[in-house]
Design a protein around this ligand. Structure first.
Ligand code: HEC
Length: 238
C-alpha cells in the first residue's frame, strides 16, 4: 500500500489536501509565535511562565498595588497603603470599601475626579476593577476555546491520518503516529483546565502542544515523501 500507487485522481486529491494543510500548519506556527510567544518574551517571561500567565494569571499583585507602589507612591502614606492592601487582600469587596473610601476622596479625587482627563477614581465601581487579581483566562473563554479546539483540531488530524494510514511505512509506526495527535489534543486541553487551577501544570500544555506539532510534522512529511518517492521495483520474476 502507498499513496504513490493510487490512481492519478487520488494522488492529486491527497497532494492538494496535504499542501493546504502544510501551509496552514506553517501559518499556525507564525500565529503562535506572534500571539503567545513574542508578547511574553517582550515582558521578559519564559515560555512556561508565559503560558501560566495566560491560564492561571498572576495572582501575586494587582494593578492598583503596582500603581500605589509605583507612579502614585507619593499620594499615600504607609498606613493608607496598608489599608488599601488589606482591602485588596479581602477581595476588594463593596462591604469593606468604607475603609478606603476616605483615602480615595482625600488623596486621589483631586486629580482623578469627575470630568478630568485622568481615569476617574471616585466610586467603588471605578476602583474595584483595578483591585482584582489577574486570574488568567475567564472560564467562559476557556470553555469556548476548549470546544472549538476539540471539534476543530481532530478534523485536521482526521484528514491527515486518512492519507497517512495509506502510506507504505511500517504498520507499527503508522499506528502510533496516527493516534498521537488525538491523545495530544485531549491532553493539551485537559491541561488548560488544570493550569487554570494549578499554575505548575503549564508545562503539560507545552508538552501537549509539542506532541501535537510533532505528530502533525511526522505524518505530513512521511505522507508527502510517500507520495513523491518512486516505488521500489518489484523483484524480477522467475
Ligand atoms: C497629583 C495628582 C494625582 C493624584 C493625587 C493621584 N494621581 Fe493617579 N495619576 C495621576 C496622573 C497624572 C496619572 C497619569 C500618568 C501616570 O500614569 O503616571 C495617574 C494615573 C493613575 C492611574 C493609572 C495608571 C495606569 O498606568 O493605569 C491609577 C490607577 C492611579 N493614578 C491611581 C491613583 C490613586 C489610587 C490615587 C490616590 C491614592 C491617585 N492616583 C492619586 C495623578 C494623580
Amino acid at each position: 500500500m502507498s499513496l504513490r500507487s493510487q490512481p492519478l485522481s487520488f494522488r492529486i486529491y491527497s497532494g492538494a489536501v496535504l499542501g493546504v494543510l502544510g501551509l496552514g500548519f506553517l501559518l499556525a506556527f507564525v500565529y503562535l509565535y506572534a500571539s503567545e510567544i513574542r508578547p511574553h518574551q517582550i515582558q521578559g517571561h519564559g515560555l512556561i511562565q508565559g503560558v501560566a500567565r495566560t491560564y492561571y494569571g498572576d495572582r501575586t499583585t494587582t494593578r492598583l498595588e503596582n500603581v500605589l507602589k509605583g507612579s502614585m507612591a507619593d499620594t499615600v502614606n504607609p498606613d493608607e497603603l496598608k489599608a488599601f492592601k488589606v482591602w485588596i487582600k479581602n477581595g476588594a469587596q463593596k462591604e469593606g470599601f468604607d475603609k478606603v473610601a476616605p483615602i480615595v476622596t482625600n488623596n486621589c479625587a483631586s486629580c482623578h475626579g469627575e470630568g478630568g482627563t485622568l481615569p476617574k477614581l471616585v466610586a467603588y465601581d471605578d476602583i474595584a476593577p483595578l483591585a482584582r487579581y489577574d486570574t488568567g483566562v475567564a472560564l467562559k473563554s476557556l470553555a469556548r476555546m476548549s470546544h472549538v479546539h476539540l471539534l476543530g483540531i481532530p478534523m485536521l488530524f482526521f484528514m491527515l491520518g486518512y492519507f497517512f494510514v495509506k502510506t507504505r511505512w511500517r504498520e507499527g509506526l503508522k499506528a502510533a503516529l496516527v493516534a498521537l495527535p488525538f491523545l495530544a489534543v485531549v491532553w493539551d486541553i485537559a491541561h488548560w483546565w488544570i493550569t487554570k487551577r494549578y499554575e505548575s501544570a503549564a508545562l503539560g500544555i507545552i508538552l501537549g502542544g509539542a506532541m501535537m506539532g510533532l505528530g502533525f510534522a511526522f505524518q505530513w512529511f512521511l505522507s508527502v515523501a510517500d507520495l513523491l518517492m518512486a516505488l521500489p521495483k518489484p523483484p524480477p520474476e522467475g
